[in-house]
Ligand binder design. Structure first.
Ligand code: NBG
Length: 812
C-alpha cells in the first residue's frame, strides 16, 4: 500500500543521493536558505524535517491501517512525558542514520554537531514521565493502536545549575528555537470551561447544565512516536492553552492599558505555561488542578471525536476504548466522562457509569501518603462545580455498595469515602480512581502487594480481582542501543544479530559468553572507554553512581554518610590500599523542597572539600554534574560500575534507573525495595549487593520506636561521620542535615548505615577481582531482558487492556 500513489506524490528515496536531494530541497524550500549561508541551526532543522518526512509517510500508513481496522484503542493520559532527544532516536527508528551522516557533510556539518542542537522536551519530573515515554515507544513497537495525551508546557522541568551553594533553577524554554518534531493540528482545537455554576434541568434528577465562567481553548500538536523494527508510527498529542479572541480587550489597549488589555489572555495561557507550577500557594494549587482538567477535557473530547469517526452511539465505546490514567493527575477524566455522557449526550446515569468504569484503568506510582493527591472540596466547587456534584453522586452510590457488603461498618465508610472529612473536606483522587476504573495496578511486585495490604487495603478487600501488578520497564533502544553503542555492538556480535533489541530476553544467551576470555576483556574495555567519554573522573576508578530525583526517601543522605566514612578512613590511613572511587550524584530537587536542596548543597560542599584535600583526593572524587535529564542519563549510565538503589524499603514504588543501569552492566547495591527485588531475583543474589531492612522490618522498626541516637551511640564510625557534619566544617547545612538524621527521620537512615557500609566493603572485595566483577557485570546485562518496556506493554495488553496488535503493511 502506498498512500502517495493516489495523490501522485513521489516516494522518498532510500539512497544517499536521494536523501541528500531531499535535505537540500528542505533547506531551500522549507528553511528558505542555501548551502552557502546555512547555519548549524539551519542544518539541524532541515535534517530533522527530512527525517520527519520519512516517519510522516509511515504515520500516514499507520493511520490508514488503524482506520480500516476500527480497533480497540489505548489512550494513555499522562501529565508528564520525558521523551528525550528526538533526532538520534528518529534516525535510528527510520534507519536513516548513515544517509544523514553523509548528507549533512555536504552542508559542512557533522551529525554530532547537529545532535548538540537537539533540545530534549523536558515535559516531566522523573521516573513517572520517563516511564510514559518508554511505554509509548513500546506501544508503537508492539503495533498497538495508541495515542498518548499530555500537556505541551511552554517551560519544562527547570534547568538546574549546581554550585557550591547548591541548586539554582532557571527556566527551561525548550522550544525557544521552535520544535521541528511536532505537527500543529489547529483543526482539532477544543474548548474547555472552568468555574461558573450549574442549573437543574426540569424533570431530570441526574442531568444538569454547567454554565462555565471562563473559557479556554486547547490547541493540539503531536509528536511522532515510531515503533522500532516495525512500520507503526503512533503519536503523542500535547495540548497548549490559548486564549480566545474575545479575551483580548481592544478598548483597554487603545486606552494605553496594555497590561490590563491582555490580562485575561495571559491568565488563560498560563495553564500550559509551566510543568507543575509551584504549589506552595493557593493560586499555584488551583493552577495545577486547572492543568489537570485542561488535559482531561481536551483529551476526552478528542477521544470521543476519534471514536465517532468509525462508530455510532455508545454501545461499543467501552469495547473500542481503554483509557489508562497515569497516576492520579488525570483522574478528573472519570467525572468528566460521566458529565459528557449524562449531561451532553443524555445517556442515563447507570449506563454511563457502566461505560465509564469499563473504559478506565488506573496505575498508581507511589506509596508515599503525601503523594496521594487530594483537593479541597472548596476549590473543586469553585473551579469545577459540576464535577463536584458528579463526584458526590458517584460517592453516594459507592458508599451504598460498601454498606451493603459491610453493614454497619461506619469506620470503613469513613476510610473509603471519596471525600475525606478529617479537617478541611477534600476529594481523594486515588479513591475516585479506584472506584471509577476496571483495573488498578502497581508498578512492581512489592509495590502492588503493599498497595493491596496498606494504602488501598479496604478497596482490595472489596474488589480483589481489580488489583494487579505490572512491573515497569524501559526502552532498550534508547537506554542501550543509543546510549551505549559500543556495548550494543558487542552484544550484537555475540548474539549474531540485532533481534535482541525487539526481544530483550535473548540477552540470556550472553551467559555463555561470560566465561569467554576475549569477550570479557572487550566488555571491560568498553566500560572503560565509556568512562573516558563521560570524562568526569579517572576511568580506572570504580564509578559509583546515584542518579535520580533528590528525595529523603531515596536516601542520598545515606550515600553521603558513606562518602564521609571513606573520607575519614583514608585520612586515618593515607598509605592504605584504597580503591579509587568516583562517586557521581546527579538529580534535581523540587524547588520548594528545602530538605532535599540542603542535601544537594551539602554534597557540593563535601565534593569541594575532598577535591582540595591532597590526602584523600587521589582516592576519592565526588562529582555532581548539573541538570540531570534524559540526555545526561544516556551518557552516565553506560559508564557506571555501581548502581546505588538505597531507598528505605517500602518507599520506592519501582525505580526504572535501576533497570537501565543493570542493563548496561552496572551492579546494584540496594535494598529490598521496588523493582530491586525483581532485579536481584533475575540477575542472581551473588550478582547484587544487598543490605538493609526489608519493608516489613522497616514498618516494625517504626512501630517499635526508631531511635537514631541508639545507632549514633553504638557505632563509632557513624558517630564520627555525624559529628563531622555537625561540627560545621561543611557549613551550616551540614549541621542541619546531621540534626535531621538524628531527629525524627522517617526514612530510618541510621538504622541501615552499618549494613550499607558492610555491603560497600563487599563491593570493594569484588572490585579487587576484575574477572569476578566483569562476570557479575555481564550477568546483570544477560538477565535484564525482563525489564524491557516491550514486556511491560505485553503485560498491560494481555491483562489490563485486552488489546491486540494491528500490524501496518509495508510500503508497496
Ligand atoms: C514514580 C516512583 C518510581 C517509579 C515511577 C514510575 C511518581 C509519583 N512515582 O519508583 O517514585 O519508578 O513512578 O512508575 O513519580
Amino acid at each position: 500500500m502506498d498512500l502517495r500513489q493516489g495523490i501522485g506524490l513521489r516516494k522518498l528515496g532510500k539512497t544517499a543521493d536521494e536523501f541528500q536531494q531531499d535535505l537540500l530541497s528542505n533547506l531551500f524550500y522549507r528553511r528558505g536558505t542555501t548551502v552557502e549561508s546555512a547555519s548549524a541551526r539551519d542544518a539541524y532543522e532541515t535534517l530533522s524535517l527530512t527525517v520527519r518526512d520519512r516517519l510522516a509517510e509511515r504515520r500516514a500508513r499507520t493511520a490508514a491501517a488503524h482506520y480500516a481496522s476500527n480497533p480497540r484503542w489505548v489512550y494513555y493520559l499522562s501529565a508528564e512525558y520525558l521523551l528525550g532527544a528526538q533526532l538520534e532516536q528518529n534516525l535510528l527508528y527510520s534507519g536513516t542514520g548513515d544517509l544523514a551522516a553523509e548528507a549533512v557533510k555536504a552542508l559542512g556539518f557533522s551529525l554530532e554537531d547537529l545532535e548538540d542542537l537537539d533540545v530534549e522536551p523536558g515535559l516531566g519530573n522523573g521516573g513517572l514521565g520517563r516511564l510514559a515515554a518508554c511505554l509509548v515507544d513500546s506501544l508503537a513497537t508492539r503495533d498497538i493502536p495508541a495515542v498518548g495525551y499530555g500537556i505541551r508546557y511552554d517551560l519544562g522541568i527547570f534547568r538546574q545549575v549546581i554550585t557550591e551553594n547548591g541548586q539554582t533553577e532557571l527556566p527551561d524554554d525548550w522550544a525557544f528555537h521552535g520544535n521541528p518534531w511536532e505537527f500543529p493540528a489547529p483543526d482539532d482545537r477544543q474548548t474547555v470551561g472552568f468555574y461558573g455554576h450549574t442549573e437543574p434541568i426540569p424533570g431530570s434528577q441526574t442531568r444538569k447544565i454547567w454554565v462555565p465562567g471562563e473559557i479556554v481553548l486547547g490547541e493540539p500538536s503531536h509528536m511522532l512516536v515510531p515503533g522500532y523494527g516495525t512500520e507503526t508510527v503512533n503519536i503523542v498529542r500535547l495540548w497548549s492553552a490559548k486564549a480566545s479572541e474575545a479575551s483580548f480587550d481592544l478598548s483597554r489597549f487603545s486606552a494605553g492599558q496594555y497590561a490590563e488589555a491582555v490580562q485575561e489572555a495571559v491568565r488563560a495561557e498560563n495553564i500550559s505555561k509551566v510543568l507543575y507550577p509551584d504549589d506552595s500557594t493557593e493560586l499555584g494549587r488551583e493552577l495545577r488542578l486547572k492543568q489537570q482538567y485542561f488535559l482531561v477535557s481536551c483529551s476526552l473530547r478528542d477521544i470521543v471525536r476519534r471514536f465517532r469517526l468509525r462508530n455510532e452511539g455508545w454501545d461499543t465505546f467501552a469495547e473500542k476504548t481503554v483509557i489508562q490514567l497515569n497516576d492520579t493527575h488525570p483522574t478528573i477524566a472519570i467525572p468528566e466522562l460521566m458529565r459528557l455522557l449524562v449531561d451532553e449526550y443524555e445517556v442515563d446515569w447507570d449506563r454511563a457509569w457502566e461505560i465509564t468504569r469499563k473504559t478506565f484503568a488506573y496505575t498508581c506510582h507511589t506509596l508515599l501518603p503525601e503523594a496521594l493527591e487530594t483537593w479541597p472540596v472548596k476549590m473543586f466547587e469553585r473551579l469545577l462545580p459540576r464535577h463536584l456534584e458528579i463526584i458526590y453522586l458517584i460517592n453516594m452510590l459507592f458508599l451504598r455498595e460498601v454498606e451493603e457488603r459491610f453493614p454497619g461498618d461506619h469506620d470503613r465508610l469513613r476510610r473509603m469515602s471519596i471525600i475525606g472529612e478529617e479537617g478541611e473536606r477534600r476529594v481523594r483522587m486515588a479513591h475516585l480512581a479506584v472506584v471509577g476504573t476496571e483495573a488498578v495496578n502497581g508498578v512492581a511486585e512489592l509495590h502492588s502487594k503493599l498497595l493491596r495490604e496498606t494504602v488501598l487495603d479496604d478497596f482490595a478487600e472489596l474488589w480483589p480481582a481489580k488489583f494487579q501488578n505490572v512491573t515497569n520497564g524501559i526502552s532498550p533502544r534508547r537506554f542501550i542501543k543509543l546510549a551505549n553503542p559500543r556495548l550494543s555492538d558487542l552484544i550484537t556480535e555475540g548474539l549474531g544479530d540485532e533481534g535482541w533489541l525487539r526481544d530483550l530476553d535473548r540477552l540470556t544467551e550472553l551467559e555463555y559468553l561470560a566465561g569467554d576470555a576475549s569477550f570479557t576483556e572487550r566488555w571491560r574495555s568498553i566500560k572503560r572507554a565509556n568512562k573516558v567519554d563521560l570524562a568526569l573522573g579517572d576511568p580506572d576508578s570504580l564509578t559509583d553512581v546515584m542518579i535520580k530525583r533528590f528525595h529523603e526517601y531515596k536516601r542520598q543522605q545515606l550515600k553521603l554518610l558513606h562518602v564521609i566514612t571513606l573520607y575519614h578512613r583514608i585520612r586515618a590511613n593515607p598509605g592504605g590500599d584504597w580503591i579509587p572511587r568516583t562517586i557521581l550524584f546527579a538529580g534535581k530537587a523540587a524547588p520548594a523542597y528545602h530538605a532535599a536542596k540542603d542535601i544537594i548543597r551539602l554534597i557540593a560542599t563535601v565534593a569541594a572539600r575532598i577535591e582540595a584535600d591532597p590526602v584523600v583526593s587521589p582516592y576519592l572524587k565526588v562529582v555532581f554534574p548539573s541538570n540531570y535529564n534524559v540526555t545526561l542519563a544516556e551518557r552516565i549510565i553506560p559508564a557506571a560500575d555501581l548502581s546505588e538503589q538505597i531507598s528505605l524499603a517500602g518507599k520506592e514504588a519501582s525505580g526504572t534507573g535501576n533497570m537501565k543501569l543493570a542493563l548496561n552492566g552496572a551492579i546494584t547495591i540496594g535494598t529490598l525495595d521496588g523493582a530491586n527485588i525483581e532485579i536481584r531475583a533475575r540477575v542472581g543474589a551473588e550478582n547484587f549487593f544487598l543490605f538493609g531492612m526489608d519493608a516489613y522490618q522497616a514498618a516494625q522498626t517504626r512501630i517499635n520506636g526508631y531511635d537514631p541516637r541508639h545507632f549514633y551511640e553504638h557505632d563509632a564510625e557513624l558517630r564520627a561521620a555525624l559529628d563531622t557534619l555537625a561540627s560545621g566544617i561543611f557549613g551550616e547545612v551540614g549541621h542541619r542535615v546531621a540534626g535531621s538524621l538524628l531527629g525524627w527521620d522517617e526514612y530510618l537512615t541510621l538504622a541501615d548505615y552499618r549494613g550499607y557500609i558492610e555491603a560497600q566493603e563487599e563491593v570493594e572485595r569484588a572490585w579487587r577481582e576484575p574477572a569476578r566483577w566483569t562476570r557479575m557485570s555481564i550477568l546483570n546485562t544477560a538477565h535484564s531482558g525482563f525489564f524491557s518496556a516491550d514486556r511491560t506493554i505485553s503485560d498491560y495488553a494481555a491483562r489490563i487492556w485486552r488489546v491486540a496488535p494491528v500490524p501496518v503493511p509495508h510500503e508497496d
